[in-house]
Write a protein that binds this ligand. Sequence first.
Ligand SMILES: Nc1ncnc2c1ncn2[C@@H]1O[C@H](COP(=O)(O)OP(=O)(O)OP(=O)(O)O)[C@@H](O)[C@H]1O
Length: 246
Amino acid sequence: MTMTTTAAVGLTEVSKVYGSGPGAVTALDKVTVSLSRGTFTAIMGPSGSGKSTFLHCAAGLDRPTHGTVRLGDIDLTGLRERALTELRRSRVGFVFQAYNLVPSLTVRQNIELPLVLGAAAPEAGWLQHVVTTVGLADRLGHRPAELSGGQQQRVAIARALVTRPEVVFADEPTGALDTRTGRQVLELLRAVVRTTGQTVVMVTHDPGAASFADRVVFLADGRLAGALESPTAAAVAERMTGLGEW
Ligand SMILES: Nc1ncnc2c1ncn2[C@@H]1O[C@H](COP(=O)(O)OP(=O)(O)OP(=O)(O)O)[C@@H](O)[C@H]1O
């Protein structure tokens, strides 16, 4: 049997140009990067460096102008819209800064929403495992408005995990949280990677948040600007200072 070492996410020479003519903006410029399975990666860079564009292209929310994006062994750039939608539903989880919970639904209903929307049912016990991991077992009947910001974000993380996606993409997941609550959410994401082998990719502005990752990938002006393994907050801050204003 041959060992396959397919990356969870692979971008090859990915460029994204918004608009055309003199007003065109190159948000990503030939970015090639490979993110291993079961790792936690932070994406950092100055404002406007292309972080959100990177995340959206990697997650199949947006299509690159050039280059290829792979999730596992699937080339997203070759997929039609319907197949891409299906892939996002079943293989990818999303966590945003604004938790995007449905206010009228309970915690349990919010978490189960992706299953109701047609993704394949997870293995028995997985929902329970997710709920326990995020520490919400005693809050399942509550509505989002009855929860703290950190708890709401944990619901959003549980919702992202419930379909057992291969990759969870998080865009500033701690941006709206205080430091202590943010830490708990980051510890949760790290624990998810350790205990489930899932892959997490997180955009952040915060060197402290990035230090929870296994690796930080830096962007500047839409280009790859290096990486740090086992980052400390101080090392990340120093690198960011070297990249200019942030
Ligand atoms: N829909 C769009 N149309 C035109 N230009 C865009 C669009 N989206 C992003 N851009 C431009 O692409 C560049 C990269 O934007 P992006 O949002 O990816 O950066 P970012 O690193 O996430 O920034 P921030 O940290 O400020 O959120 C910026 O110059 C931005 O103005």
